[in-house]
Design a binder for this molecule. Structure first.
Ligand SMILES: O=C(O)CCC(=O)C(=O)O
Ligand SMILES: [Fe+2]
Length: 371
């Protein structure tokens, strides 16, 4: 369908509104905007981010993703994540369970480690397909730097609001220490193809593992297989189960806006003040489902050795919050690396023994009444 545009996001599906945060105002320390970011972070833990000036980096990353997915499956499989709890690399369609019964996922993605991208050509964690290598320095590293820049501006706000000594969150995400931070480009097939794998969910209900997540979603016309046809329309599919709700709502994609959300690590460090909300990815709504969906994510995760626990000794605000939530365990006894590996490993279908494997893959999710 050359020259055609994607159908708009429909008006007749349930959506959940999010605050739109202006990155330029956050960097400038605008008090009102900082307060709005804090409101978003402590209520649902999701917000739109505008004025992030990452359009070029985002567009290049989608090209990298499309070039990688255009490689023969056999080539991509040489770089598969494997079953040992490693996230970096390629994940094939159907490698993960999306629920306790073992339903298979229907997306594939390529994850590139922040450490590998910044150290290239030195290999820190693993090697990648040729399409990743050729774009490591001119596409992936700039996107990683942008993701880290946004993260650190947001961390400054959280650090102050949480009453933590200056630089505390920064140190937990020390650039010198290796971490699970990574970029991810996800491709989900149109609905007709998806039926083959009998799955409604593209990515099952989950919270994110790390600290902060930035997400950009594009749609691509399903009649084009390759990257030259990226259309700058967006497809829905991301859904949240807002606190206190028992039905899922779509997040309406807004052109030029990223969606940011808080992961388990920040929720734990902050004694639950920062919200790591449950979300999932399903088929785009209405006729949008007929199109291939592409999304791009940057995950910031703490340094591998950092223990995931509430920072009660460093902030009386966090100490008070923990006292008020006796039902929640903020002492995981787990390092960021262990937490991350456990979640990845127990999602892998080849490691599944029964519903207990799914249970072992869970993070800080509240139990969804609708899955
Ligand atoms: O594709 C999306 O919109 C979200 C992806 C996501 O939640 C994830 O990869 O953790
Ligand atoms: Fe996620």
């Amino acid at each position: 369908m050359p020259g055609s545009t994607l159908p708009p996001f429909p008006d007749d599906v349930r959506t959940h509104p999010l605050l739109i945060i202006d990155y330029e105002l956050i960097k400038a320390g605008d008090v009102e905007e900082v307060n709005r970011l804090w409101e978003a972070a402590t209520t649902i833990g999701f917000w739109y981010l505008k004025n992030h000036s990452a359009d070029q980096e985002v567009s290049d990353m989608f090209d990298m993703g499309a070039e990688t997915m255009a490689l023969p499956l056999e080539e991509r499989m040489k770089f598969e994540q494997g079953d040992n709890g490693q996230s970096f690399g390629y994940k094939k369609v159907g490698a993960n369970a999306v629920d306790a019964t073992g339903t298979l996922d229907s997306a594939d993605f390529i994850n590139v480690s922040k450490d590998d991208a910044l150290a290239y050509p030195q290999v820190v964690h693993r090697t990648y397909p040729s399409t990743v290598n050729t774009r490591m320095e001119n596409t992936i590293a700039p996107f990683v730097r942008k993701g880290l820049e946004v993260t650190h501006a947001v961390f400054n706000v959280f650090n102050d609001k949480l009453g933590l000594p200056k630089g505390t969150l920064e140190r937990l995400h020390d650039m010198e220490e290796h971490s699970g931070s990574e970029t991810r480009c996800i491709r989900s097939p149109p609905t007709q193809v998806k039926k083959v794998v009998k799955s409604l969910a593209i990515l099952g209900a989950h919270t994110d593992f790390g600290s902060l997540v930035g997400n950009w979603t594009y749609g691509i016309c399903c009649f084009f297989k390759y990257y030259q046809s990226f259309l700058h329309n967006r497809l829905g599919g991301l859904q949240v189960l807002p606190p206190g709700h028992d039905e899922w709502s779509y997040i309406r994609p807004i052109p030029g806006h990223a969606v940011c959300n808080i992961g388990d690590a920040l929720s734990l460090f902050s004694g639950g003040i920062l919200q790591s909300n449950i979300h999932r990815v399903v088929a785009p709504p209405g006729v949008q489902a007929e199109y291939e969906r592409w999304s791009l994510v940057f995950f910031t995760r703490p340094g591998n050795s950092k223990v995931l626990r509430a920072l009660v000794e460093s902030s009386h605000i966090i100490a008070e919050a923990v006292k008020k939530r006796p039902e929640r365990n903020f002492e995981t006894g787990s390092t960021a690396a262990e937490w991350f590996a456990r979640r990845i490993k127990n999602q892998r279908i080849s490691n599944r023994t029964g519903p207990e494997t799914w249970a072992a893959s869970r993070g800080t999710e509240h139990t969804p009444t609708v899955v």
